[in-house]
Design a protein around this ligand. Structure first.
Ligand code: PGA
Length: 248
């Protein structure tokens, strides 16, 4: 089965020239990695130029965020239709860094609905801030999932990608262990099937947080995830190539 790699460049790099260089390194590695499906999520301002210049099939594009309103007076925002028009196929929704800037569960719900209306694939991020022995983090994630996905009809469940990213492992020195992820994968799958029925088996689950070429493969195999959402390592040309090769 193909694994998915979402390259979340965040607010990097600083010039279009560098963005092209980074994309080129990603593209080259992608060419020899048939069983990895790569999604590049560049800053919105680079999206169209990169997607227009790319003629291959191996890579698709995602926006890092978009607004839930169709259009209008929302200074600094981009709409789902604009993202679609720039040839993105997907949009990241509810990333921990957006939530830290105030994005609510209610907004993730509105954004998922708005993305679906534009036929953009939502990459819906969930994850707790911390863990305690009592296991409250499971309830926290369950509530994020419930809130974000409450309007999704069963027929559309297969279009959703869940990216589980424990906030404490994002930008950290160590990822979560594949074993902990395995437990979380089962929990997420169970809660989704519990609330949405068997069709939820089709939802893809990714892990994100401190992944690079040294731990990617292990996380996919032992964490039983369908792919990874990667920040830092995806913005370093050498690292992203090594990471893609390690998954292929
Ligand atoms: P990181 O970021 O790979 O730099 O930890 C992951 C993310 O925020 O998606």
């Amino acid at each position: 089965m193909k694994s998915i790699l979402v390259a979340n460049w965040k607010m990097n790099p600083q010039t279009m020239r560098e963005a092209k260089g980074l994309f080129d390194a990603t593209r080259k590695a992608a060419e020899s990695a048939k069983d990895v499906s790569i999604m590049v999520a560049p800053p919105a301002i680079f999206l169209r130029e990169l997607s227009q210049a790319y003629k291959g099939k191996r890579i698709s594009f995602a926006a890092q965020n978009a607004h839930f309103q169709k259009e209008g007076a929302y200074t600094g925002e981009v709409s789902m239709s604009q993202v679609k028009d720039a040839k993105a196929a997907a949009v990241i929704i509810g990333h921990a860094e957006r939530r830290a800037m105030g994005e609510t569960n209610e907004e993730t719900r509105a954004k998922i609905n708005a993305a679906m209306a534009q036929k953009l694939q939502p990459i819906f991020c969930v994850g707790e801030h911390e863990r305690s022995g009592a296991g409250e983090h499971f309830l926290f994630v369950k509530e994020q999932l419930r809130a974000g996905l409450q309007d999704i009809v069963p027929a559309n469940l297969g279009k959703i990608v869940i990216a589980y990213e424990p906030v404490w492992a994002i930008g950290a020195t160590e990822a979560m262990t594949p074993r902990q992820m395995h437990e979380m994968t089962i929990f997420i799958r169970k809660s989704l099937v519990g609330s949405h029925g068997d069709k939820a088996m089709k939802i893809k689950i990714l892990y994100g947080g401190s992944i690079d070429e040294t731990n990617a493969r292990e996380m996919v195999l032992e964490g039983e995830v369908q792919g990874l959402l990667v920040g830092r390592a995806s913005t370093n040309p050498a690292k992203v190539s090594a990471l893609i090769k390690s998954l292929a």
